[in-house]
Design a protein around this ligand. Structure first.
Ligand SMILES: NC(=O)c1ccc[n+]([C@@H]2O[C@H](COP(=O)([O-])OP(=O)(O)OC[C@H]3O[C@@H](n4cnc5c(N)ncnc54)[C@H](OP(=O)(O)O)[C@@H]3O)[C@@H](O)[C@H]2O)c1
Length: 239
């Protein structure tokens, strides 16, 4: 079983790569900075590192990298500097990469699950519960502010909407994992919810390790996938 990971040098992506390897998966990681991988991970026999920016790869190359993979997981995120947040090249990094990868998934020889690290700031417009939880002036004002001041926020919204609206008739299975507030820490008990349960102002915390753990479960456990396929689960550390 192989999994293609994007953003494997990131804070969550590295947890994911480590946990997948520990579970015995073969991992292919497309990274632009392989030197950021810890030595024990980089030298792991189960890991294949592909040094490239995904958007620089041809469709054929992405299809080739998907060969033998049962899932592709994106933990990509924007760098915290001006170029990463507002630069033209990375403005739509997450959504553009997702679109390219899904095009390749549609061409792949066998089914590939698509898992996106999304965000709890995403409100599903077709969920009465999500809309109800976000239905306050303060939250709507904050989301407007984020849209106008924080390009990565728009990119994350665009990626989530792509999953929700554009994959339905393509037969591609997907899941958008929505953590709210990411923190560092070990794998611990966590809860999953189908719809938003708290306002932006009381966002729930989740360790990156737990996000990675849940993503591994989605790939490994058929019952998990059956439950969360084509959904946007919220993940919170258990109280
Ligand atoms: N912070 C929160 O509370 C929160 C909550 C919910 C969701 N999220 C979302 O979760 C995602 C992952 O978060 P994280 O903290 O794990 O991310 P992170 O540590 O910033 O990692 C981002 C990854 O994306 C890669 N990357 C950045 N710019 C790139 C580019 N132009 N081309 C190719 N690769 C690029 C980085 O590669 P390099 O290592 O080479 O830089 C790194 O592997 C983000 O989309 C974030 O918005 C965050």
């Amino acid at each position: 079983m192989a999994v293609l990971v994007l953003g494997g040098t990131g804070k969550t992506g590295l947890h994911l790569v480590q946990q997948l390897l520990a579970r015995g998966f073969q991992v292919k990681a497309i990274v632009r900075s392989p030197e950021k991988l810890p030595v024990d991970v980089a030298r792991h026999s189960g890991l294949t590192v592909i040094t490239a920016k995904v958007l620089d790869l041809t469709d054929e190359a992405i299809v080739e990298h998907l060969t033998g993979c049962t899932a592709v997981i994106s933990c990509l995120g924007h760098e915290g500097n001006y170029q990463g947040m507002c630069g033209k090249a990375s403005q739509f990094l997450v959504s553009d990469v997702l679109r390219r990868v899904c095009r390749a998934v549609a061409e792949a020889q066998s089914p590939v699950k698509v898992i996106l690290m999304s965000t709890g700031l995403y409100t599903k417009p077709d969920s009465a519960e999500d809309v109800r939880v976000r239905n306050s002036c303060g939250q709507r004002a904050l989301l407007c502010l984020l849209s106008s001041c924080l390009p990565p926020h728009n990119d994350n919204m665009r990626a989530a909407e792509f999953l929700r609206t554009e994959l339905m008739d393509k037969g591609i299975e997907w899941c958008g994992v929505r953590p709210e507030l990411l923190i560092d820490g070990e794998v611990s008990q966590y809860e999953l919810h189908e719809n938003l349960v708290c306002s932006i102002f009381s966002a729930g915390q989740t360790t990156r390790a737990n996000v990675a753990h849940f993503m591994c479960e989605l790939v490994q456990e058929p019952s998990m996938w059956q439950k969360w396929n084509k959904k946007f689960p919220l993940i919170y550390n258990a109280a």
